[in-house]
Ligand binder design. Structure first.
Ligand SMILES: O=P(O)(O)OC[C@H]1O[C@H](O[C@H]2O[C@H](CO)[C@@H](O)[C@H](O)[C@H]2O)[C@H](O)[C@@H](O)[C@@H]1O
Length: 363
C-alpha cells in the first residue's frame, strides 16, 4: 500500500504557512538549533558505559506478572512503584475525566513484539485495529526511533501523526486530525537535524563497512540516525561491535551514541529527543493545556524515558513503560507486553464509547 502522506509530501507545493521552511519551536528554528559537541574522552566513557549495559544486569531482571485474579505479583516493590496500567485503569480514567487524551505510542516492543530481524517487526492486524479505533477518540502519534517512512510502512494508518528518527522527523498531517479529506491533505514537517543528512549517510556507510565482518551485526539507516544491531551477534563479540562503532565515531564529533534494546544508536548531538518531540506535538496540535488534555505515552525503551520525564516534570500526564522486568523508569505505570498495550488501547476505546455513545453510533 502506498503512503498517502509521503505522496502528498512530495507532490504538494506547500504554502509558506505549512513549511517545510524552518519552523520555530521554543525559540529555535530548524537551522539554528544549538549543537553540543562532546569530547573524545567523553565518548570513550559512553562506550565503556555501553559495554556495561550490553551485558544483562543480574540485579534487575526478575520477571514479574501483574496481580490479576489468579496471578501473583513476583515483585511487590516494582508493582508499587510502577503499577499495572490495566489494574489502575479506573484511576487513570478518573484523572482523564472531562479531558481529551493525547496518545503517544512507541513502535518496536510496544506495538510490535521484539524480533530478531528488524525488517520483520510487524504489528498484528488486531493491534492495527486497536490503534485505529483509539484514534477515533484520542489524537494519536507514533514516536519511533525508526525512519518515519519505515514506521509508516509498518503501522500503515493515515489517522496518526508520525515522529520518526527519535523525533527528528515529525510529520503532522491533516488526515490525522480528520478535519480534512484526503484530497486536500495538509502536511507540516519538522526536521531539526536536516543539516545532518549527508553526515548520517556517510556514517551509515562507514558503520556498514566497519561491522561487515561481524556475523549477525546489522546496520539500519533510520534517516536522521543509524542503528547498529547486535542482537544476533555472538555475545563474545558484543564488545568488539561497540569498539568498532566507537572507532568510526572518532571521525564524527557531531554525532553521539545512545543505547536501546541490543542496539547502538548513532544520532546528531543536537538537544532533541522523544521528550522534545512530545512537547513539540502537544504545542503544535494545541494540546498543551493540562486543564483540558491528558497526554499518555507508552514505550518500552531507554529513549522513551525522555518522554516519560517530560510528562512527569510537566505534571500533566502519564508515562507507561512496557517491560517484563523491573527497571529504573520515569514512567508512572507499566504494561508487560504489546498484548497488554493492545488490551489497554481497547479498554480506552470501550470507555470512550460508553462515555460518548453518540460518536460511536454515527459511524
Ligand atoms: O523507538 P522504537 O520504535 O522502539 O525503535 C527503537 C529501535 O527499534 C528497532 O530495534 C528494536 O526492535 C527490533 C525488532 O523487534 C529488534 O530486532 C532490535 O533488537 C531492537 O533494538 C529498530 O530496528 C531500531 O532501528 C530502532 O532504533
Amino acid at each position: 500500500m502506498s503512503d498517502p502522506v509521503a505522496k502528498s509530501e512530495t507532490v504538494l507545493a506547500l504554502p509558506s504557512n505549512m513549511m517545510p521552511s524552518p519552523v520555530t519551536f521554543k525559540g529555535h528554528t530548524c537551522s539554528s538549533l544549538s549543537v553540543t559537541y562532546i569530547s573524545r574522552r567523553k565518548l570513550v566513557e559512553v562506550v565503556d558505559g555501553l559495554l556495561g549495559v550490553m551485558t544483562p544486569s543480574s540485579t534487575c531482571t526478575k520477571p514479574y506478572v501483574h496481580s490479576g485474579s489468579d496471578e501473583v505479583a513476583a515483585d511487590d516493590t516494582w508493582m508499587a512503584k510502577c503499577p499495572s496500567a490495566l489494574a489502575s485503569f479506573d484511576q487513570i480514567i478518573a484523572n482523564a475525566h472531562g479531558k481529551k487524551i493525547a496518545l503517544f505510542l512507541d513502535y518496536d516492543g510496544t506495538l510490535s513484539p521484539i524480533v530478531n530481524d528488524p525488517e520483520k517487526a510487524f504489528m498484528s492486524p488486531e493491534m492495527r485495529t486497536a490503534v485505529k479505533n483509539v484514534t477515533k477518540f484520542c489524537p494519536t502519534a507514533i514516536v519511533s526511533g525508526r525512519s518515519r517512512d519505515k514506521v509508516f510502512e509498518f503501522v500503515n494508518l493515515k489517522e496518526l501523526y508520525y515522529a520518526g528518527s527519535h523525533g527528528l522527523d515529525i510529520l503532522v498531517s491533516s488526515t490525522a486530525s480528520q478535519s480534512k479529506t484526503n484530497d486536500d491533505t495538509e502536511v507540516k514537517l519538522f526536521q531539526p537535524a536536516s543539516e545532518f543528512l549527508p553526515m548520517i549517510s556517510e556514517v551509515n556507510k562507514s558503520l556498514v563497512e566497519a561491522t561487515q565482518s561481524i556475523k549477525g551485526a546489522n546496520v539500519e539507516n533510520n534517516k536522521f540516525c543509524v542503528s547498529v544491531h547486535y542482537r544476533n551477534v555472538d555475545k563474545k563479540d558484543w564488545k568488539l561491535v561497540a569498539e568498532l562503532v566507537d572507532n568510526v565515531l572518532k571521525d564524527f564529533p557531531r554525532l553521539k551514541l545512545t543505547t536501546g534494546r541490543k542496539v547502538l544508536e548513532v544520532r546528531p548531538v543536537i538537544d532533541w529527543d522523544k521528550g522534545k518531540a512530545v512537547e513539540f506535538l502537544l504545542q503544535s496540535l494545541r494540546l498543551d493545556d493540562p486543564e483540558s488534555v491528558l497526554p499518555i505515552y507508552i514505550g518500552d525503551d531507554r529513549t522513551d524515558e525522555d518522554a516519560f520525564k517530560v510528562l512527569r516534570e510537566r505534571n500533566c500526564g502519564y508515562g507507561i513503560l512496557v517491560s517484563q522486568v523491573p527497571k529504573e523508569t520515569e514512567a508512572f505505570y507499566s504494561l508487560t507486553s504489546p498484548s497488554e498495550v493492545m488490551e489497554f488501547l481497547n479498554s480506552l476505546v470501550r470507555w470512550k464509547e460508553e462515555e460518548s455513545p453518540k460518536v460511536h453510533d454515527q459511524e
